[in-house]
Structures are given as structure tokens and as C-alpha cells.
Design a protein around this ligand. Structure first.
Ligand code: AMP
Ligand code: GLY
Length: 426
């Protein structure tokens, strides 16, 4: 098969690395890709949201399957674009259509969906410029901290958690009246604060049946001890020790099954990954958010743990034959440590040379924001390299990631040295 992966992050390198191992693969293309994906297939310098350019590429290269990494092309309707085109309509796209992508594209839609289909989640209400005053009253009815979420996509920045009621009211106004997050915050979801420990589970579905993929925990803050600004994710661990069999059974029964059934009831033919962000409150799961794609850096620990042929699974998703496939997991623990540019997630420099990658022997260095220039690898983003390792304990895996990260060098290198530490006492 000829396969096209859309995207350019660590997630896409992990997908490319895995698909490159498939017996079924003939040619792999990644658009636009990064310096790492170039070793798994051919990078093509087009944007994942330039649908006409994607169409030309698919046609020219005889692509048999398209895997969409990020949410943006999905929310913008790349799957619908394929279905509406005579040339493309029979080529499977892994990733939901616009309707299913609303699970991530609109917080209001996803909250309504959860309530309607009995998926446990925090109590909420939505507000816009027509009922801003009611928004203030709703805030007064809640206990702090107050959780405000821009309805639309805001590049992971649209959630505010505030302790002070007056600040919460001011931010609500800034979001709705002053377009703090642009059009994304014209509508705002206010919800109850959930207590507990966060984790994520991932589901691959063909719309009829599903496979539950491994759980993972992400480390979102820039600083050690979960301090400082939010980032795209500074590291991940899979599986999550506190998500034992009993807890995951609850997640499957109370969350995954009603979600799949809900999509069916709504007439949403969803073929792709569902990323379910969860809070575990004393053994009871509730949903914080859905994403219509895999997580990054969670993919860098989840995908390497899948022993089965990923391309075979994706092909089955396209054919709605996922129930006929088998699915095997590596029982070892995987950890990833994200190496970032100094300054990230605020201002940072690009274009520094990355060296030492060839010294990495006991980990996999998944590239994120890098680019190849001649025979050099240059930094080209905030998150640069996700260093993934396996072990029989978190300690063993993460120590390998740390010693590999020591060997990789670039100007203003930074990574968190406490990934997985909070989970080791369990
Ligand atoms: P989201 O973009 O919806 O994942 O929200 C970003 C982060 O805000 C989550 O990963 C949580 O850490 C936090 N968060 C969101 N909603 C809630 C909530 N209702 N209660 C507590 N924390 C939340
Ligand atoms: N790591 C969080 C995300 O991919 O949204």
C-alpha cells in the first residue's frame, strides 16, 4: 500500500516509524513531515490544510490510505473533501469527518454530546454575547476554582482555570466581548472543577467496533513538579499505573461504549482515533475532553507499545472490519521525555544544529520541531525531540530516556527531569 501521513510533529514521526515496519507498506509519504520522518519515507513540503495540494499528491503518488495526524485538517473537513470528490472518494481517510471532529472542534458540542449520551462529565453551561449576564450568575453558583473554556479550537490555550470570582467574570467578558481567543471564544463553556488525577485513554474505531489502546499520562507544564506555563506536553508514560484493570473496565463501560453508541445514534460515521482526557476521582472516571486525533506526546508512548501491524489495523478501519483484526500489546512500560527549545512555550529561537542523535542507542528519538538542511538537523519549533524508551519499571524506562537526552545537544537545551516521578510511588 502507498500511505500518506499528514502532519509534522512527534506524533507523526511515531506513526511513520510504526507504519514503515508494516509488511503491507510499499511507499510512505509524510506531508510536511520533519527531519525524523524523512528516514521513514518521503517528506513532501505541502501543508496538511491545503486540501487541493493534498489531492494532487494523492493522485500523483497513487495513495491508498491517508492518516491525518492533527485536528486542524479534520475540523476543517478534509475527510468530507475526500468524500465529495470523485477521484478521492474511495480512498480511506483515517480521522473523522467534520461532524465527528466537532467532539474536539466545539467544546459546547462535546459537552452536549456527553450529557445526552450519559457519559460522566463536569456540570456545565454555555454562554455567548446574548447571555453574558447569566454567565456571571452561573459563575456565582459554582465553587472555585472556575473553569472557562473557549468553545472553538484555540491551539490548546483556550482553557482558563481561575480561583477568584471577579477575575473569572473579567475573563469571561474578555473571551466573549473582546475576542480573547478570536472567534473561538465567541461562545464559552463554564464548568465545574473536577478533582483527581488526569490520564488519557485512546480508542481506534471504524464506526462499528473499536479497540481500546493503551492509557497514557502526559506532563503538560513546562516546569518540574508541574509548575509554570502549559505546553503541548513535556513527556508521557504508558501504561498509567493507577489505571488498573478495574478502572479501565469502568472507563470502557461508562465512557467508551456510550461514546461509540452515541456517535451511532447521532448518525456520525466516525473512523479514526478518539482521545479521551479523563479525571480519575477516587476510582470514578469522568471526561474532561475529547480530541478527534491521537495525543502528542502520548502517541510516542502508545504506538511503540502496539505489537500488531498498525497499517493492517488502519486498513481495517477504512473497510469497517476492525472487529476481524487482532490487537497485541507490549507489556513493558514506555516513557517519553520531550526535549524543547530554551524559552518554550514563550519566545524561542530556531535554526540551531542538533547533534548526538547517532549516539542514541537504547531509546527512539522521535523528531517533532526539526528540519533537515543538507546533512544537518536543525531546530525548527518549540518541542524538538521526544525520547522514548522501554523498561519493566517506569524508573528503568525513564532513566534510559534521560541518558539518551544527555547525548543529544543543541543550544539552550531543556527537558523535564521528573517525568514519571509522581507515578513511581504507586
Ligand atoms: P482541555 O483543553 O479541555 O483538556 O483542558 C486543559 C486542561 O485544563 C486539562 O488537561 C485539565 O488539566 C484542565 N481542566 C479542564 N477542565 C477541567 C475541569 N473541569 N476540572 C479540572 N481541570 C480541568
Ligand atoms: N498532549 C495533549 C494533546 O495532544 O492534546
Amino acid at each position: 500500500m502507498n500511505v500518506l501521513i499528514l502532519g509534522s510533529g512527534g506524533r507523526e514521526h511515531a506513526f511513520a516509524w510504526k507504519i514503515a515496519q508494516s509488511k503491507k507498506l510499499e511507499n510512505l509519504y509524510i506531508a510536511p513531515g520533519n527531519a525524523g520522518t524523512a528516514h521513514c519515507g518521503t517528506n513532501v513540503n505541502i501543508s496538511a490544510t491545503d486540501f487541493d495540494a493534498v489531492k494532487n499528491l494523492v493522485w500523483e503518488k497513487g495513495i491508498d490510505l491517508v492518516l491525518v495526524g492533527p485536528e486542524d485538517p479534520l475540523v476543517k473537513g478534509i475527510h468530507d473533501y475526500f468524500l465529495a470528490d470523485d477521484v478521492l472518494k474511495d480512498i480511506p481517510v483515517i480521522g473523522p469527518k467534520k461532524d465527528g471532529a466537532q467532539l474536539e472542534g466545539s467544546k459546547d458540542f462535546s459537552k452536549q454530546f456527553m450529557i445526552k449520551h450519559g457519559v460522566p462529565t463536569a456540570r456545565y453551561a454555555s454562554f455567548d454575547k446574548t447571555n453574558l449576564e447569566e454567565g456571571y450568575k452561573f459563575l456565582e453558583s459554582l465553587k472555585p476554582p472556575f473553569v472557562l473554556k473557549a468553545d472553538g479550537l484555540a491551539a490548546g490555550k483556550g482553557v482558563l482555570i481561575l480561583n477568584d470570582i471577579n477575575e473569572a467574570k473579567a475573563e469571561l467578558k474578555a473571551m466573549i466581548s473582546d475576542a480573547k481567543f478570536g472567534a473561538a471564544s465567541a461562545k464559552v463553556v463554564i464548568e465545574e472543577f473536577l478533582h483527581g488525577i488526569e490520564l488519557s485513554v485512546f480508542v481506534l474505531t471504524d464506526g462499528k467496533s473499536y479497540k481500546l489502546l493503551p492509557s497514557a499520562k502526559d506532563y503538560k507544564r513546562i516546569g518540574e513538579g508541574d509548575t509554570g506555563l502549559n505546553t503541548g506536553g513535556m513527556g508521557a508514560v504508558s501504561p498509567v499505573p493507577f489505571a488498573d484493570e478495574a478502572f479501565l473496565k469502568k472507563v470502557e463501560e461508562k465512557i467508551v461504549k456510550p461514546t461509540i453508541a452515541g456517535l451511532n445514534k447521532e448518525g456520525i460515521d466516525y473512523r479514526g482515533f478518539i482521545f479521551i482526557g479523563l479525571m480519575n476521582d477516587n476510582g470514578e472516571p469522568s471526561v474532561i475532553e475529547y480530541n478527534c486525533r491521537m495525543g502528542d506526546p502520548e502517541t510516542e508512548v502508545v504506538i511503540p507499545r502496539i505489537k500488531s501491524d498498525l497499517l493492517e489495523l488502519l486498513e481495517a478501519v477504512g473497510k469497517q472490519e476492525l472487529d476481524k483484526t487482532s490487537f497485541e500489546l507490549d507489556s513493558r512500560i514506555a516513557t517519553t521525555v520531550m526535549m524543547v527549545a530554551g524559552g518554550y512555550p514563550e519566545e524561542y529561537e530556531k535554526g540551531h544544529e542538533v547533534s548526538g542523535l547517532d549516539q542514541v542507542k537504547e531509546s527512539i528519538a522521535f523528531h517533532a520541531g526539526t528540519k533537515q538542511e543538507g546533512n544537518k538537523v536543525l531546530t525548527n519549533g518549540g518541542r524538538l525531540i521526544a525520547v522514548t524508551s522501554f523498561g519493566y519499571t517506569i524508573q528503568e524506562a525513564v532513566n534510559k530516556s534521560f541518558s539518551s537526552a544527555e547525548k543529544i545537544t543543541y543550544t539552550n537545551k531543556y527537558y523535564r527531569r521528573d517525568i514519571g516521578k509522581d507515578l513511581m510511588k504507586n
